[in-house]
Design a protein around this ligand. Structure first.
Ligand SMILES: C[S@@+](CC[C@H](N)C(=O)[O-])C[C@H]1O[C@@H](n2cnc3c(N)ncnc32)[C@H](O)[C@@H]1O
Length: 264
């Protein structure tokens, strides 16, 4: 059974979506352009979160296009003005019937990584494409976030300790922190053709917007982190470290993979 660890009812969720949009929307847009995205296309954006990419897809597909954005809890996309061409759906990609089929393009960023049923969902998404249609999945490889600069060795060890505990929380909820490095192979096995991928990462300095993803993730899972032995003092030092300009960590690499359904 699917259980998304980072509950969208949490008031800090917009902070997560703000980081994802500011750090990764430009990467996603470039990858989506490579699909040949054109006016009139029918697009499905799965687990659309804050909804920014849905709006961008609507701009690019124009008045003759169709963009459906789904989420198990689309409250944050609903709460901001969005294009009239975007259909927002309260929808569970694991359990609900698909909202349509014959899509030219299906995109999901950082959604399947959380779903224990990710391979079944992948098969469903492939079947929902038109022949020749394109699936783009963008996923983190959470096991490659090296510390690039640190005020001292203790701080580096603290970051690694909290990060390991956070990955354990993700795994307990059914996420696969290594899904990013597995996604291309899974897409090939699901029958897609011309599967390619690019990987994007950048340095995140303490006190800059990107590194805030680590704060929001830790704050939303504090109870589980404490239960797994992270102390209150460690958590407070961790939050202070994320504000320290002397600390720099590599962002989790985002692997953007695309593949085409057979046929024309
Ligand atoms: C990490 S966020 C990513 C949001 C957005 N795709 C982005 O990259 O900015 C994961 C999103 O997937 C949604 N989600 C989780 N499980 C889902 C499911 N079973 N069906 C649809 N959406 C789901 C969550 O509600 C959340 O908005």
């Amino acid at each position: 059974m699917s259980r998304y660890l980072f509950d969208n009812t949490d008031a800090r969720t917009p902070d997560r979506f703000a980081v994802l949009e500011s750090c990764y929307d430009h990467v996603s847009r470039r990858r989506l352009e490579l699909t040949g995205l054109a006016p009139g296309w029918r697009c499905l954006e799965v687990g659309g979160g804050g909804g920014s990419l849905g709006d961008w897809l609507a701009e690019r597909t124009g008045p003759d296009g169709e963009v459906t954005v789904t989420d198990i809890d689309p409250r944050w996309a609903e709460s901001r003005p969005h294009s009239p061409q975007v259909r927002l759906l309260h929808h569970d990609i694991v359990n609900d019937p698909l909202p349509g089929d014959g899509y030219d393009l299906i995109h999901a960023r950082l959604v399947l990584i959380h779903l224990p049923e990710r391979l079944q969902v992948l098969d469903r998404l492939v079947r929902a494409l038109r022949p020749g249609g394109t699936l783009v999945l963008e996923e983190f490889d959470c096991h490659w976030s090296p510390v690039l600069a640190s005020p001292d060795e203790e701080s580096e060890a603290l970051f690694d300790h909290v990060q390991a505990a956070l990955l354990a929380q993700l795994q307990k909820a059914g996420a696969d922190p290594l899904w990013g490095r597995r996604v291309l192979g899974a897409m090939r096995r699901a029958g897609l053709e011309d599967v390619t991928a690019t990987t994007y990462a950048e340095s995140w300095q303490g006190g800059t917007p990107g590194i805030d993803l680590h704060r929001v993730n830790a704050q939303q899972t504090e109870a589980g982190l404490r239960a797994d032995g992270v102390t209150e003092a460690e958590l407070q030092r961790f939050y202070a470290l994320l504000r320290d300009p002397g600390f720099v960590v590599n962002s989790p690499p985002l692997i953007s993979a695309q593949g085409r359904r057979r046929g024309r």
